[in-house]
Design a protein around this ligand. Sequence first.
Ligand code: EPU
Length: 430
Amino acid sequence: MRYIEASSTGPLRGTVHIPGAKNSSLALLAAACLADDIVSLEGIPRIEDVRIVEGIGRDIGMELRREDERIVIDPRFIHSAAIDPGKASSYRASYYFAGALLAKFGSVTIGFPGGDDFVARPIDQHIKAFRALGAEVRLASDHYVVEAAELKGADIYFDTVTSGATINAMLAASRARGRTRLRNAALDPEVVDTAHFLNRLGARIYGAGTECIRIEGVPYLNGGSHTVIPDRLIAGAFLMAAGLRGGQVTVQNIIPEHLGSCLAKLEEIGMHVECGDGRITASGTGMLKATRVRAGMYPGFATDLQQPMTSLLLLAGGKSIVTDRVFPKRFAHVPQLRRLGADIEIRRESAFIRGGLPLKGDWVHATDVRAGTSLLLAGLAAEGRTRITGVEHLERGYEDVVASFRAIGAQVAMREMDERELGERLPLQG
Ligand code: EPU
């Protein structure tokens, strides 16, 4: 079994080139099914979740080929809208195939979304949108079927702000007959990116990035090319890394506006932030101040950044509170941080942190990509060696997490567990 070993590291310094956004890429690759000609997507990261999507695409007859930083997709020969339940359930965003294939073929059979197992994540708003557009949704034990003789535009009010359901409704409505209006829509950059891509293919989507999106359905979509937006969540984690011991990290290939709430918090805790054209530099002074973080939907502080932020706040003297309003139980990293000596308590939807205590390396387990990032940051700040299992979760979001952290001076390495280490690790799992 592989694990990542992180050792106590001094200030991190350097520049990191940020890849295309995972969560946008997963939507864009499924959206490509909607086109009636060849599509080219630039900047799609080489990560595990993308490899799963590529596999699903090939199963249903999409032709996909990598050309350097580009994926060229030919969706003209898709012959099936039945997606292997196992593959669909191995990551979260498989639901985008439901919206896209429903819009193009009128029927799709697909497994329930899986992926990060940090909390129950309902898809009721996706189903509500499909039904409003005229589809019938039938739920079976390991899959669901969505069918419509014809999709018709509708007014859809989301009961909660959700980026996934907003994107999925846009996919389905883009080829529906007539006008759709999405109210209480998510404002996330990934929503806007998907709308831009579809519009490049000839869709007529207006208002993405506001809470009311209007879609005039079109009968077909052309081919075209698009560059995925940079990954704001990976960028945020590297900027936080600069705060660990008073380092300085520049992220380039980034849209600074996408990180507004994160940058404001970093300044609030005593870091210095400077934004340039497509780049941000964050510097720490070695002294961090405790704070209150409330993760919310965009443009609020991202739920995906609350875990690495929790690690940073372990180093800030005083009491911090981190609340997650999006996924109130997304705290699987906390018991692991406690193994490193962190003083954190979970009450309801918040983590109460007493910062400034020394951390000490131990075995810990990553349960999802952001929890893994949190453990990695804490491991770099802890005395001795921290060994992180669950590497596959980090690989779902990072192209090469070890190489990117090493590039800014982190003492981190990928290792294979030997028998002695396995013995050391096993009693600790209980
Ligand atoms: N929600 C519902 N019903 C639904 C859909 C969502 O109640 O039908 C709720 C969720 O439970 C949550 C809120 O709405 O409280 C927002 O969920 P959203 O739909 O926005 O999340 P998602 O689409 O499931 C995506 C990202 C997550 C990211 C959230 C933040 C992908 C593949 N995943 O998930 O990313 O945390 O948006 O909104 O795009 C990650 O990258 O590590 C990750 C987990």
